[in-house]
Design a protein around this ligand. Sequence first.
Ligand code: HEM
Length: 490
Amino acid sequence: MVTASFSDPSRTTSASEPPPECPAHARFGDPAGLARLLGPEAAENPMSLYERLRAEHGPVAPVLLDGDLPAWLVLGYREILEVAGTPSRFSRDSRTWRWFREGKVPPDSPLLPMIAWQPVCLFLDGAERDRLRLAVTDSLERFNRRGIRRQITRSAHQLIDGFAGRGAADLVGDFSEQLPMLVMTQLLGMPDEYGPRLVEASRDMVAGTETSVASNEFIVETLQQLVRRKRGNTGHDITSWLIEHPSALTDEEVWNHLRVILIAGNETTVNLLKSTLRMVLTDPRCHASLAGGQMTLPDVVEQVLWSEPPLMTIPGRWAAVDTEIGGQKVEAGDMLLLGLAAGNHDPAVRPDPTAPLHGNRSHLAFSSGPQECPGQNIGRAITDTGIDTLLARLPDVGLSIPEEELRWKSGWMTRHLTSLPVTFTRPRSGSAVTAAAPVGVGAAAEGPLRDGTDSASRPAAALPVPYPPPPALRRRASWWDSLKGWLRGR
Ligand code: HEM
């Protein structure tokens, strides 16, 4: 069953409906006949909407976004590779969107948190994108494999310790929604206690509630404080590596990119964890395969990245020139959305959707081209190491409700489980985390090293300047004004 989480559908047929004679709209076809990407059909069953659009329009389909703004949804695997891989024709700079330039984007559009321009590599092309992106990719790649897995194992044990004694848990709320942020705060060089607050704040911010702006301010203040402290006291963490990078980022560029890393890395990895756990717990073939050694956990993760990519659709390419793609004439300033889930199921490249995909990594879950996700190996590692640790601690863990009773929530970019209730035999031993590694500010702040040693094997050391308590979340009267402010880069 699906719970819709898109905006009020009545908004989409509002007074903002374009005059029928508008030539820019006419190119997309009769607005009354266009599918709404943020409508009930997409929320109920996004895959069936994508297949209907593919059958009606081919690999590139016109769709309506909130506020009745038309855009192109790219459904074909090859067409997605072409759009994502040709920045000279398809730019990442959202300021070129015609509806922005013509003032037609509603100020409360649910698209804005994802597409309003910010001074980060995600929204840039060319040399400036390369300068900033190099700092991000170099910093993410400095972690060594063994070190990062140790951090993940330690965080997973910490979470499992919290519910192991109960003999029951919700693997969404108690585990999947906590683990990625807990790991990421360590990789960024923050104290452990920031993890839960940042989980809460980043989820609230993405959900677009009335406290979203306060949550964003909490994240920004925390990151600004972190950058100030690390400037004079660098260590072995992403924040320090961004500061030290030869690309010479300003403090503002550093905290803006830390924010992108947190937001881009958390929600996606949470969704991947949930979907992979569901498959491990419910798919008898997968269970048998894992036990029988035919399919490793990383294989299951890859299978999920094909069948249920954590981001089904991403906004984010704007035509730089008049061009043609998938049989559609696209004009400079048009927006294109990449249908990553639809591309993964494109019959042109996967004629038999049931054929096994073991080890095949050519899915589109991390997109492709110069903006392909730079954190994918960290996301994969959090997922398979986290689940590995869970299965080792709770070997008989099993769903406590029938699979058919699992509930899903859909937005226009994601579709994910709302809970995963399980039971298991209570382990006899106590906390595994204290035995596994030192837990504390020093160990968390240092992170794994490139040379093969990692912080977990070294004694914990206190930070020279103690962190003040996390700033309190504040409510604001006009949250949208503030949201627009930070989306523009404050
Ligand atoms: C496993 C789950 C993840 C998935 C499915 C995922 C997917 C994506 C996708 C689809 C994009 C957009 C690429 C484009 O516009 O073409 C992206 C961008 C990005 N991701 Fe990930 N991601 C994941 C985890 C992570 C993690 C763990 C991090 C950081 C540690 C991260 C950091 C980023 C950054 C910084 C960008 C922006 C890159 C740029 O514009 O140059 N992601 N990701």
